[in-house]
Design a protein around this ligand. Sequence first.
Ligand code: DX5
Ligand code: ZN
Length: 218
Amino acid sequence: MGKIAPSILSADFAQLAAEVDRVRPEADLLHVDVMDGHFVPNLTIGAPVVRCLRPRTDLYLDCHLMINNPGDLLDDFAKAGADSCTVHVELGDPRPLFDRMRAHGMRVGLVHNPETPLDAVLPYLEDIDLLLFMSVHPGFGGQAFIPSVLDKLRAARKIVDERGLAVELEIDGGINAQTAPLAAAAGADILVAGSAVFRTADPVAAARTIRDAAWPNG
Ligand code: DX5
Ligand code: ZN
């Protein structure tokens, strides 16, 4: 059975703790989208919000850093209670950031954009806990799934299994009950879903529908 990571990007920020409680029964992780208005053309939330969420939920806080200078903020995220930070490979050699995350006891994530080849992340597979596949161009919720990312996901699944690595494969963007089975069949372990969960009347039911569509046999 895979995992569902609702993205709070599509939640009501004015009542974030209540939104997290609303989705808690069907959430395995909570995906936190951090954007700086530079790496992506949108501005969201940062470590202070993670710090406020930390005592309000026992969910794993999966922080996706879409920011130009993650090195400047890793300490803040660690102190705020992030369980992992995921950094973009497009920024250059991520190894120094990995070392800092490990020193803080955080799990280590690496993410690549839809147009970035899988080859760009393969050198780091042995050093990470999460490999995130963007299946939309990062920056906004509610975009359409880019199906060509499934080819990269299938290739990564094969490599990870052949090498016997424990790295989890996570996919983010445009995941709903229609695309979730495609991502699961291609080998995803974790499905991030924002608008398909929070922009519904019943987020728990929506998350369960995505889970059942992805992994009908449990
Ligand atoms: C986009 C973010 C995603 C976003 C996904 O840059 O990284 O996590 O919340 O939203 P949906 O599920 O609506 O595509
Ligand atoms: Zn994300």
